[in-house]
Ligand binder design. Structure first.
Ligand code: SF4
Length: 445
């Protein structure tokens, strides 16, 4: 049976007050966009409306109350946040139907309230960030969405029919959002879109001025500028087009993390053709080799689908041999599942479930062995690690190296790191490794 994808909920936002409030509004919207919500420009199209209030002066309070009243009258489903959150009683007395009230800078709570009021069911088929349930992104890393939609027509995917063709955001708007996120505590920006390498092809003539220089709407320019704003910048969903070669020197220079998330999905030419995958030429292996010559530490992450209709044992063996050559650092695998509306559902020769399972087990075994060997080679090295969580009692901490994106890749487990705080970037001596994780201790400061 084909999997049905629900349409994403829409959020309206009214932001009042000072620039600090605007930073909070942007932070909230960035998180919601990354969580799969769409924005609504009017009250009518919104499933829920957020009013980010200002309570600095009496006149500002009155303006905030009027904005809440208008949102209630026009839409009815309203969440209030911002400085007036301190006066929850007064707001409730006047507007008993308000769904939730949170205070200034409590954006985790606001996002939680939106999830409760208009649940977004994350789907691995259309959403870009890992499904971590209601766990909210910690402040030290943020997803930054640079475009919507996609110009490709992969046969297993329904995103173009749901979200339309590629629409890139203006480079200066993205950079401004990145600056605000960093001002609010973000150390690591995770750049996401359906096809990051295609960024800007729809607005190529719309270069913008940024800090006195022109920035083209192009992945390379954007990556370079983001690298000047945030300590860590990680690129997701990149296809191996020739122009991607230009970002590898930025990685070697340390402006962008030496990490590429490339959803190859398969390697066998006949399967890629039936999948209608972009940039699937046979030279990918030599391109990967060339990237490693420029930036030896580059970590390549990918996902693969096994059991796609018509995949033969020979196709699958081709994929395993290709993985032996490619030596990818991180790999996720999925068994093919039809998604309602995808053209691949009509392809002949479905692969039996038992064969899918068997191939899935084989690809996982292969990629775990590659990962284990690559991680073992890191023992004894000193790596930079961003701290995600600290257990003060035990003195342990967990974090990620440059080769690890949150939720989807491995972790670095630290001992004697009780002094650290989430978001710190420490130099760590690696002492041990297993199939997916590293273990170490902070280097002497
Ligand atoms: S590149 Fe293919 S899989 Fe990715 S969003 Fe576009 S159509 Fe879907």
């Amino acid at each position: 049976m084909a999997t049905q994808i629900p349409s994403p909920p829409r959020v309206g936002m009214v932001s009042l007050g000072c620039p600090k409030n605007l930073v909070d509004s942007e932070r909230i919207l960035t998180q919601l966009r990354a969580d799969g919500y769409q924005m609504s420009a009017d009250y009518v199209g919104a499933d829920v409306v957020l009013v980010n209030t200002c309570g600095f002066l009496d006149s500002a309070k009155e303006e905030s109350l009027e904005a809440i009243g208008e949102a209630i009258a026009e839409n009815g489903r309203v969440i209030v946040t911002g400085c007036m959150g301190k006066e929850a009683e007064a707001i409730r007395a006047r507007f008993p139907d308000v769904l939730a009230i949170t205070g200034a800078h409590e954006y985790e709570q606001v996002v939680e309230a939106v999830h409760a009021a208009a649940p977004a069911s994350l789907s691995p088929f259309v959403d870009l960030i890992p499904d971590a349930g209601l766990k909210l992104t910690p402040r030290h890393y943020s997803y930054l969405k640079i475009s919507e939609g996609c110009n490709h027509r992969c046969s297993f995917c329904i995103i173009p029919s749901l979200r339309g063709d590629l629409v890139s955001r203006r480079p200066d708007a993205i950079l401004r959002e990145a600056e605000k996120l960093v001002a609010a505590g973000t150390k690591e920006l995770l750049v996401i879109s359906q096809d990051t390498s295609a960024y800007g092809i729809d607005i190529r003539d719309q270069s913008r001025m940024w800090k006195g220089a022109e920035v083209r709407p192009h992945m390379t320019d954007l990556a370079r500028e983001l690298g000047r704003i945030a300590p860590w910048v990680r690129l997701h969903y990149v296809y191996p087009y020739p122009h991607v070669d230009q970002v590898i020197p930025l990685m070697a220079e340390g402006l962008v993390l030496p990490y590429l998330d490339i959803p190859f999905q398969h390697a066998a030419p006949s399967v890629l053709r039936r999948m209608k995958r972009p940039a699937n030429d046979a030279k990918v292996l030599s391109r990967i080799k060339a990237w490693r010559e420029v930036c030896p530490d580059i970590a390549i992450r990918s996902t693969f689908v096994v059991g796609f209709p018509g995949e033969t044992e020979a196709d699958f063996q081709y994929l395993l041999d290709w993985l032996d050559e490619a030596q990818l650092d991180r790999v996720g695998a999925f068994r093919f599942e039809p998604v309602e509306g995808a053209s691949a559902n009509a392809l002949p020769d479905p692969v039996p479930e038992a064969v899918k399972e068997e191939r899935y087990a084989r690809i996982m075994e292969k990629t775990a062995a590659i990962s284990a060997a690559k991680l073992a080679a890191k023992v004894g090295r000193t790596l930079e690690v961003i701290i995600d969580a600290v257990d003060v009692e035990s003195g342990g901490a967990s974090g990620r190296s440059m080769a690890d994106a949150p939720e989807i890749d491995g972790e670095v487990h630290l001992r004697d790191a009780g002094h650290a705080a989430p978001g710190d970037i420490l130099r760590v001596v690696i002492e041990e490794a297993d199939d997916h994780d590293l273990f170490g201790v902070p280097a002497h400061r």
